[in-house]
Design a protein around this ligand. Sequence first.
Ligand SMILES: Cc1cc2nc3c(=O)[nH]c(=O)nc-3n(C[C@H](O)[C@H](O)[C@H](O)COP(=O)(O)O)c2cc1C
Length: 102
Amino acid sequence: MVGGGVRAGKVYSKALKCLENDYSGKQVAFFTCSGQGGDPKGYADAKAKFVEATLSNYPKISPVSTEAFGGKFKILGKTVTDTFDITKVEAWALELGKLFTQ
Ligand SMILES: Cc1cc2nc3c(=O)[nH]c(=O)nc-3n(C[C@H](O)[C@H](O)[C@H](O)COP(=O)(O)O)c2cc1C
């Protein structure tokens, strides 16, 4: 599983670096965490911009599943907005568990 947060419209560079690895013969799932991903009105755009557009730069990767989660926006350690939904993360993890053991 590869994923990371989003800042100023860009997925964290460490996550992008992970996507450069050779995953031949391996199952890959990719996710992002962003403020927009947890907003029902912004979700589809977040999935297109942060997940699908990012993966289009790594054509060798055919993910078994992708997701755009919400996130916590903190300034000086204080949470300003919180669109993170742990229930959604847990549901996705269970789904991945099934996919990865097929
Ligand atoms: C400086 C900064 C810039 C951000 N830029 C965006 C953004 O462009 N779009 C967005 O949807 N969320 C944005 N966010 C919200 C983050 O994506 C959210 O806080 C996410 O949880 C970050 O991932 P992390 O918790 O793993 O660090 C930003 C947050 C910070 C602190």
